[in-house]
Design a binder for this molecule. Structure first.
Ligand SMILES: C=CC1=C(C)c2cc3[nH]c(cc4nc(cc5[nH]c(cc1n2)c(C)c5CCC(=O)O)C(CCC(=O)O)=C4C)c(C)c3C=C
Ligand SMILES: [Fe+2]
Ligand SMILES: [Fe+2]
Length: 345
């Protein structure tokens, strides 16, 4: 029997410093997130970050926490429910890479329902070693150790899927209807530049020099930067955005290494200094609203823009559990579960 496992990043159990510390500890000790030797990661995470960051992170989580829980978890559960309703013959489970809703529990839930073939869908449009890769690697380890008789099929990054681009573009148009804006900023979660070089399968293509991501290469299957730039390019084409009225930036950097640039906070400031009074911002690295969109963009980003003299700052919500997104995910699932029917439609 076939079943589906949706996997997102995860959130702390509560916005209290203790739970935030535990969550950050698991997250940041992942060798694909902070990709330095174990001794250096331990020193950095346990010796420095976990002694300084949890209080501030907990305060940020407290600002966005909902009565039902973490927005990311609540929204992912709503998405799962709606999809389950659509693909009723196939069990749909939800897991998180970090925190208490583990991938092992998700697989166990499916196996208990008789599933032996799993479609694993990381809920990230773009591939990154800190997101998709760490999910796939861990799921495979868990399969080998605990569920050797099941088969897992990985759903690939869907950043350039025409249907995804259409759903995202329509969502952007809908939220910008009746709004005046002079600039639309596409802000993606950043990664250290080093991650891009590590994921380059050709070992020579990615130079982060402004042109490599626009030059066709087999490296792009695993190039987060290319995939982000493609989303911007394809959406801009679909929405017929004029050159100069939109741009791409990267948010949420941590530490002192160079991360993908330009940085979102500095870009918002620059746009304000250039005299832009009304701007809109969309965050297509996330499919569900979370700390990074609700606090870092909608609160902090807005504050930066207002301080520099900006007026209207429109934040476009993620696809969350919007019906067109549910329809699309369900269609992809049915294409996998019943390919012969899908071919005939
Ligand atoms: C080295 C650190 C980090 C890398 C690399 C990284 C990549 C990355 N993360 C997301 C998605 C999310 N990240 C979120 C929170 C978050 N991310 C980091 C660090 C790295 N992320 C930290 C320390 C935190 C916690 C918040 C904080 O203390 O500031 C979230 C939000 C989770 C929530 O509970 O709402 C998401 C989602 C992507 C897509 C990505 C690489 C592409
Ligand atoms: Fe992150
Ligand atoms: Fe590239």
């Amino acid at each position: 029997m076939k079943g589906i496992l949706l996997v997102n990043l995860g959130s702390p159990d509560s916005p209290n410093p203790k739970d935030v510390k535990e969550y950050l500890g698991e997250f940041l000790m992942d060798e694909r997130v902070i990709d330095v030797p174990l001794w250096a990661r331990t020193l950095l995470v346990k010796g420095i970050i976990l002694n300084t960051r949890p209080k501030a992170s907990a305060a940020a989580y407290q600002k966005i926490w909902w009565e039902e829980g973490s927005p990311l978890i609540v929204i992912s559960k709503r998405l799962q429910k709606k999809i389950q309703h659509k693909v009723e013959n196939y069990p749909v489970a939800l897991a998180m890479r970090y925190g208490s809703m583990t991938i092992k529990k998700g697989l166990q839930e499916l196996v208990d329902k008789g599933v032996d073939e799993v479609l694993l869908i990381p809920l990230y449009p773009q591939f990154a070693m800190a997101t998709t890769e760490t999910i796939l690697v861990l799921a495979e380890q868990i399969r080998k150790t605990h569920f050797p008789n099941i088969k897992i099929t990985d759903f690939p990054a869907f950043y350039n899927n025409p249907d995804y681009i259409e759903v995202l573009s329509n969502s952007i148009s809908k939220h910008l209807e009746g709004k005046t804006y002079e600039h639309l900023l596409f802000s993606y979660h950043g990664v250290p530049e080093r991650h891009i070089f590590k994921s380059d399968v050709t070992k020579s293509h990615c130079k982060i020099d402004g042109s490599c991501c626009a030059t066709p290469s087999s490296a792009h299957e695993f190039c987060y930067r290319h995939q982000c730039l493609e989303v911007t390019r394809l959406v801009a084409k679909k929405l017929q955005l004029k050159t100069g009225t939109y741009s791409t930036s990267f948010q949420s950097r941590l530490g002192f290494d160079p991360w993908l640039q330009p940085y979102t906070d500095r870009t918002i400031e620059r746009l304000g200094k250039q005299g832009i009074k009304n701007m809109a911002i969309v965050t297509p690295a996330f499919v569900s609203d979370c700390l990074e969109t609700l606090e870092e963009i909608a609160m902090e980003g807005q504050e930066i823009f207002h301080e520099i003299g900006g007026k209207e700052f429109t934040t476009i919500p993620c696809l969350n559990d919007d019906d067109p997104w549910v329809e699309l995910l369900s269609k992809w699932i049915m294409n996998w579960a019943e390919p012969s029917i899908a071919e005939r439609v």
